[in-house]
Ligand binder design. Sequence first.
Ligand SMILES: NC(=O)c1ccc[n+]([C@@H]2O[C@H](COP(=O)([O-])OP(=O)(O)OC[C@H]3O[C@@H](n4cnc5c(N)ncnc54)[C@H](OP(=O)(O)O)[C@@H]3O)[C@@H](O)[C@H]2O)c1
Length: 207
Amino acid sequence: MNIGILGAGNMGGTLGKLWAQKGNEVFFGTRSPEKALELSKLVNTRAGSYEDAAKFGDAIFIGTPWSATEAMLKDLSKYLAGKIIIDCTNALAADFLSLSIPPSISAGELIQSWLPESKVVKAYNTIGAKVLLNPNYDGTIATGFYCGNDTGAKKIVAELITQSGFEPVDCGDLKQARNLEAMTLLFLNLAFKQGMGGQIAFKLLKR
Ligand SMILES: NC(=O)c1ccc[n+]([C@@H]2O[C@H](COP(=O)([O-])OP(=O)(O)OC[C@H]3O[C@@H](n4cnc5c(N)ncnc54)[C@H](OP(=O)(O)O)[C@@H]3O)[C@@H](O)[C@H]2O)c1
């Protein structure tokens, strides 16, 4: 499928490469001409402006810092109608251990309100960027939690989560983004305050 990446940093850059390796066509949107040149040399990729990435993708990955996301999406909204929006953002406060938005709302729901004609799926926000490089822990596969309101969009995102090496787990409608974003606070606390480091990952056990 055609995937546009908005913000080719730790998350967007890495996931874009993984999806391209799996045969998807990936367009990296970046503000950096040097980065664009480098990324466009990979198999199944091209790169250019955020606007061109937004036009290209049937699915659009948001990989920008929360503080930059609202203005960017409102600017690009006319290209995003009807498309799948894969939202990994966390509205982190300056301390990186709390959120800058109240628990009665989520970044995912705010993005859906800014893009009412798009299909927002929250995904990857509970996964540390370093873990994207290897989600396999001695045979145990880390979980990729996701949620959203559009069943078809969620099915496609679940496939992309699988392609990137994680086990997808559907958490329900987009309101569940509140829980997924709170999980990130637990992740950050464990990784950086409790000293476990950025290679930890969540795994849902079932029987
Ligand atoms: N890092 C993690 O472990 C992790 C885990 C889960 C979720 N997240 C979430 O993922 C998102 C991206 O995090 P990241 O770690 O990938 O960040 P990052 O490495 O800093 O990359 C963010 C990218 O956004 C673009 N950007 C930065 N400021 C911008 C602005 N003012 N306007 C437009 N674009 C801008 C930059 O791309 P260009 O320079 O190429 O334009 C940059 O490479 C955040 O919302 C974060 O909360 C991160």
